[in-house]
Design a protein around this ligand. Structure first.
Ligand code: DX5
Ligand code: ZN
Length: 207
């Protein structure tokens, strides 16, 4: 599968977000948007009003690290989210939330934390468009890649040749090689891209 790059704007300059995006927009495939609530993860970012201000020619891949995500599906749909990813650990009725995400016209993604077994996704694989394997504890950019993500990616790719398998956390030119070998096709990278002196070279080094 062709490798797609999704820069995580968590490491961009929030005061000049659309400028930061416009610099890289011609070189990437999605824009990854991290929504954090201070409960599901020990950090806060922003909600739907900020998402609605993001300008890119690519689909917005909105990663909800929040409790009770079902309360906010319509808000994010209206804000322009194209792929809405919820956390397995944050949902009591995952199938129902996935169904509603699709009803709102978005693609449905499910993410698992480093401590969650990938097998929990088996039953819902036919229902989802996108699986997001966390390769750091969610909440902050700039952490080191956790190699236990690799066997999860391999397992998923073995089950589902066409699924979009995204990996998030600690992605750089070295870890990109490993996750691609394991079968990931969407590479999410924040600090590696936005803290680079040459952001476009950093993006190209991931492909
Ligand atoms: C972390 C976020 C990531 C984060 C990745 O909870 O979900 O998207 O921005 O940052 P890096 O690429 O710096 O590990
Ligand atoms: Zn993320």
């Amino acid at each position: 599968m062709e490798v797609k790059i999704a820069p995580s704007i968590l490491s961009a300059d929030f005061g000049h977000l659309n400028d930061d995006i416009s610099i890289i927009d011609d070189y990437v495939d999605y824009i990854h948007v991290d929504v954090m609530d201070g409960h599901f993860v020990p950090n806060l970012t922003f909600g739907a009003p900020v998402v609605s201000c993001i300008r890119s020619k690519h689909p917005l891949d909105v990663h909800l690290m929040i409790e009770n995500p079902e309360k906010y599906l319509e808000d994010f749909a209206k804000a322009g989210a194209n792929i809405l990813t919820i956390h397995y650990e944050a949902c009591e009725n995952l199938s129902e939330v996935i169904r509603r995400i699709k009803e709102f016209g978005m693609k449905a993604g499910v993410s698992i934390n480093p401590g969650t077994n990938v097998e929990v996704l088996e039953d819902i694989l036919p229902e989802i468009d996108w699986a997001l394997i966390m390769s750091v504890e969610p909440g902050f950019g700039g952490q080191s890649f956790m190699p236990n993500a690799l066997h999860k990616i391999e397992w998923l790719r073995g089950k589902s040749p066409q699924l979009n398998i995204a990996v998030d956390g600690g992605i750089n030119a070295e870890t990109a090689v490993k996750v691609k070998e394991a079968g990931a096709n969407v590479l999410i990278a924040g600090s590696y891209i936005f803290k680079a002196e040459d952001r476009i070279a950093a993006i190209n080094s991931l492909r």
